[in-house]
Design a protein around this ligand. Structure first.
Ligand code: FES
Length: 97
């Protein structure tokens, strides 16, 4: 059975159980969360969010993601939701673009 972790979305204080190290875009599809997705491949920025807590429980930022984030945000805690994977409790705030 897949291990789960809790993703808290601070915009509406929603806590969603997601499978560890799974793609959030798939995990959140049925959750009615405020986080929107577009391309789901890291090129549109629709899923832009800020990791408020639990950054140590997220996957590393890839080279392409970092390049994109540098263009769209000056917040070092910014991530693309479609490329974010959780391995423990994480709290995010959805920004979008
Ligand atoms: S959905 Fe397009 S960058 Fe994440």
């Amino acid at each position: 059975m897949d291990k789960k972790c809790v993703l808290t979305i601070s915009n509406n204080n929603q806590a969603v159980e997601v499978r560890e190290n799974s793609e959030l875009s798939k995990e959140l599809d049925a959750s009615n969360s405020p986080i929107l997705f577009g391309c789901r491949t890291g090129i549109c920025g629709t899923c832009l969010l800020i990791v408020e807590e639990g950054a140590e429980n997220t996957n590393d930022v890839g080279e392409d993601e970092l390049e994109f984030l540098e263009i769209v945000s000056d917040d070092p805690k910014a991530r693309l939701g479609c490329l974010l994977k959780c391995s423990g409790p994480v709290k995010v705030k959805y920004i979008g673009k």
